[in-house]
Design a protein around this ligand. Structure first.
Ligand code: EZ4
Ligand code: CO
Length: 405
């Protein structure tokens, strides 16, 4: 069997998605997600110019060798662009292997460890009361784990809360340029502690509550917040601070028993080796699209398993349904699966392009038994929504200092 063609397709049904389609001479094709929010064209160029020409006429069944060829065989290893390119090729090859075998990918990984995949949903609000109302509505839909984010009084825009704006495109205006947001740790502490206090008063001890700091704190600030939140028993606190220096988490860890999670921007096991082997975190949140595909993420999850760290893959709306499917297969298999992030159903346009039979019901995802990843891509429908340049926001402290968004 040979790879005869690889298409790199970009579409914007509300958000940009980069999709790789590997076509074989046997008529079977596979799909992978290569989306990096705000850097889509860099991945497209990397694939078209540097990766695709090397793979034509190769045997698509050699997943491991192709992964090593694109990773070890390239002098300039790692990095988000290169690893997203590898990821999309890798997912598409697993999709092909499943279709050839007539098996869903979770069977190829070793079979299921559980019947279904527990999800955590997002409740966002302009006020604490609004956030809690939205959380109550999600609980009515059956969700047993909910991430709470609330706007911070005194700051015009906050991560997770877009206010009047519908989406990031609207926030960027017509230029588009990265929108700027302001950050104040002092104002945040007060809000977030109040949010979780009220949430526990309203919902009691049983529901799992989570929160995403989105890397806004320094390590010692992160330690303080983790301690302040201890009485409210979070399932985990996400991205409490940046971990480029992995030692930062040692500091946070030594001050708190609030479980810690991180990893959505990680590209390889080397970004989290110390975090995992020292047991400074409890959940690793790496995504298949950004950490070298199913092959890359599976290796991270296996390494995490022997250190009592659970998987909790990123589930943002800027990962395509192909990545979400890859995660559901990994989630179904992983003995150390923790929870899957779920940011809600995709819009109608996206559902028209990415077709699948995976189901979400009662706060739980049920992976379909279709061979491969179980997602199809409608190229004609995708062509109706051309790429739109878009940026994520940037963040500054109140005195103007550039900060982590
Ligand atoms: O802001 O994926 O937990 N989820 C997140 C995401 C990220 C986006 C950035 O592109 O933090 O919503
Ligand atoms: Co996050």
């Amino acid at each position: 069997m040979k790879i005869s063609e690889i298409k790199v397709l970009v579409t914007c049904p509300g958000r940009n998605f980069v999709t790789v389609k590997i076509v074989t001479d046997a008529g079977v094709y596979g799909l992978g997600d290569a989306t990096i929010n705000g850097r889509e064209q860099a991945v497209i160029a990397c694939l078209n110019e540097h990766v695709v020409p090397c793979l034509i006429d190769r045997d698509p069944q050699d997943i491991e060798d192709i992964w090593q060829y694109l990773y070890r065989g390239v002098y300039w290893r790692r990095g988000p662009i290169g690893m997203a390119a590898i990821a999309a090729i890798d997912m598409a090859l697993w999709d092909i292997k499943g279709k050839i075998a007539g098996l869903p990918v979770y069977q190829l990984l070793g079979g299921r460890s559980r019947k279904s995949v527990t999800l955590y949903a997002h409740a966002n609000g302009e006020t604490i009361d609004e956030t809690l109302e939205n959380a109550a509505a999600l609980m009515d839909q059956g969700f047993k784990a909910i991430r709470l984010q609330s706007a911070i009084p005194g700051l015009p825009v906050t991560y997770g809360v877009l206010g009047e704006q519908k989406d990031y495109f609207e926030l960027q205006g017509n230029r588009p340029l990265p929108p700027e947001e302001e950050w104040s740790t002092k104002k945040y502490y007060k809000l977030v502690v109040e949010l979780f206090k009220k949430a526990r008063e309203k919902f009691g001890p049983d529901v799992h509550l989570l929160h995403d700091v989105h890397s806004r704190l320094t390590p010692i600030e992160a330690a303080r917040l983790s301690k302040l939140l201890e009485p409210y028993d979070l399932m985990f606190l996400e991205d409490a601070c940046i971990a480029e220096n992995q030692d930062s988490f040692k500091l946070v860890r030594n001050h708190t028993v609030t479980p810690l999670a991180i990893g959505e921007t990680f590209n390889s096991i080397w970004d989290c080796k110390e975090l995992i082997q020292n047991q400074w975190i409890d959940y690793i949140r790496a995504a298949a699209t950004h950490a070298g595909g199913i092959t890359g993420l599976r290796r991270i999850i296996d390494f995490a398993a022997i250190h009592d760290v659970k998987s909790a893959p990123h589930g943002a709306p800027d990962l395509s349904p192909i990545c979400f499917a890859a995660h559901m297969h990994l989630d179904s298999w992983a003995p150390n699966f923790g929870i899957q992030e779920y940011s809600g159903a995709v819009n109608e346009q996206t559902a028209k392009i990415f077709k699948h039979a995976h189901e979400v019901n009662d706060g739980t995802a049920f992976v379909s038994d279709a061979p491969g990843l179980g997602v199809d891509f409608d190229e004609e429908a995708a062509a109706e929504y051309p790429y739109k340049r878009s940026y994520l926001p940037v963040s500054r402290l109140e005195d103007g200092t550039m900060w982590h968004w």
